[in-house]
Design a protein around this ligand. Structure first.
Ligand code: NAD
Ligand code: ZN
Ligand code: ZN
Length: 362
């Protein structure tokens, strides 16, 4: 039987979000209903609300979540009722050109639920990133669920569903940071700090945090930065990085801001043949002009990181285990715990730079 639950929607461009009744239909053959326990507030939710992703309103927001499987469709084998799961937006399809070439972390054709969630008047909802988890329950494809250690705090586990995974993976997967590497991270919000934590976990010995906000740099140190640079206090960020690395620059720079000026800093703050990882998301009007010869003469690799090149089934259980063993301080990303009615305030706190993550608990 379909059921009605509370969920947070965005009805039209720039309008504030609303808590409304959402109808969860019976799961299709490979769908599952998940009772959400916690869901982090991500920039992408705000971008949906503001029309920055597409205009398929109304959106059911929220996508960085953990919960418990409540019911399953007739053909579901991947999870069972009662499983504690982290939700993901890369349910590897196995069929697309990336999957067929053995690069499933690029999967271009993720699975989503086969039937839509709606408002009580039948209006179809577009779930954010195919998830929609600012809600008591949501409907997703079975492969959008990854089982993890059920002892874990849902507010912590759910973070792996988006931003924190993106940052950890930007350093560990895309940047392939290894033992003894030097790393710089530009922008120390939730994503950049996760890149710092990932660089530490991967064995980097010098980790330089760069931000324009002194408070953010303190958090970055707490997560593993060995050095900090306040971009609003130095003349030139690139020179400041070189000063900390015998004049050479670092092996890997993660740009977790995604603006032309930060990308340029990332490009020149590398050692020769170093790697740039762009994980911050630029907006369509941004452009960058640079001498082509510098691309040749500096060598190395310029990469972008989509969702930290993660494979949920490989990475989520491993990272939860490392957290449970005290080797990855994921709890430090949970700045505040809020309710479904507090999403607008959380967007403001995010905008003002007061939080790494606000997490809705249900
Ligand atoms: N690639 C992906 O898969 C993926 C996934 C999730 C989020 N993101 C993106 O990652 C980016 C960061 O997300 P977040 O949640 O950490 O954001 P955030 O706003 O919490 O953090 C951004 C940080 O950058 C700092 N900053 C801004 N301009 C700067 C500058 N010029 N120099 C130095 N620091 C500067 C801010 O002070 C802030 O601390 C966003 O663009 C977000 O959309 C990407
Ligand atoms: Zn695929
Ligand atoms: Zn997100």
């Amino acid at each position: 039987m379909s059921q009605t639950v509370k969920g947070v929607i965005s009805r039209s461009k720039k309008a504030p979000t609303e808590v409304v009744d959402v109808v969860i239909p019976d799961p299709g053959a490979r769908d599952v209903v998940v009772a959400i326990k916690a869901c982090g507030v991500c920039h992408t939710d705000l971008a949906y609300r503001e029309g920055g992703i597409n205009d398929e309103y109304p959106f059911l927001l929220g996508h960085e979540a953990a919960g418990v499987v409540e019911s399953v469709g007739s053909d579901v084998t991947h999870v069972e009722v009662g499983d504690f799961v982290v939700l993901n937006w890369r349910a590897v399809c196995g069929q697309c050109r990336a999957c067929k070439r053995g690069r499933p972390w690029y999967c271009f054709d993720t699975f989503n639920a086969s039937v839509p969630m709606t408002l009580t008047d039948g209006t179809e909802l577009t779930p954010a990133l195919g998830i929609g988890a600012f809600a008591e329950k949501t409907l997703i494809h079975e492969l959008q669920c990854t089982k993890v250690n059920p002892e874990t705090d849902p507010a912590v586990a759910g973070l792996l569903g988006c931003g924190v995974m993106a940052g950890l993976g930007a350093a560990m997967n895309t940047g392939n940071v290894g033992r003894g590497d030097s790393v710089a991270v530009i922008g120390c919000g939730g994503v950049g700090d996760a890149a710092i934590a990932g660089a530490r976990l991967a064995g980097a010995t010098k980790i330089i945090a760069i931000d324009r906000d002194a408070a953010k740099l303190e958090w970055a140190k707490d997560l593993g930065a060995t050095h900090t640079i306040n971009g609003s206090e130095v003349d030139d960020v690139v020179t400041a990085v070189q000063d900390l690395t015998d004049g050479f620059g670092v092996d890997v720079v993660v740009d977790a801001v995604g603006r032309p000026e930060t990308y340029k800093q990332a490009f020149y703050a590398r050692d020769l043949a170093g790697v740039v990882v762009l994980v911050g998301v630029p907006t369509p009007e941004m452009t960058l002009e640079m001498p082509l010869v510098d691309f040749f003469s500096r060598g190395g690799a310029l990469k972008s990181s989509w969702y930290g090149d993660c494979l949920p089934e490989r990475d989520f259980p491993m990272l939860v285990d490392l957290y449970e063993q005290g080797r990855l301080p994921l709890e430090k990303f949970v700045t505040e715990r809020i309710g479904l009615n507090d999403i607008e305030a959380a967007f403001e706190a995010m905008h003002a730079g007061k939080v790494l993550r606000s997490v809705v608990e249900i």
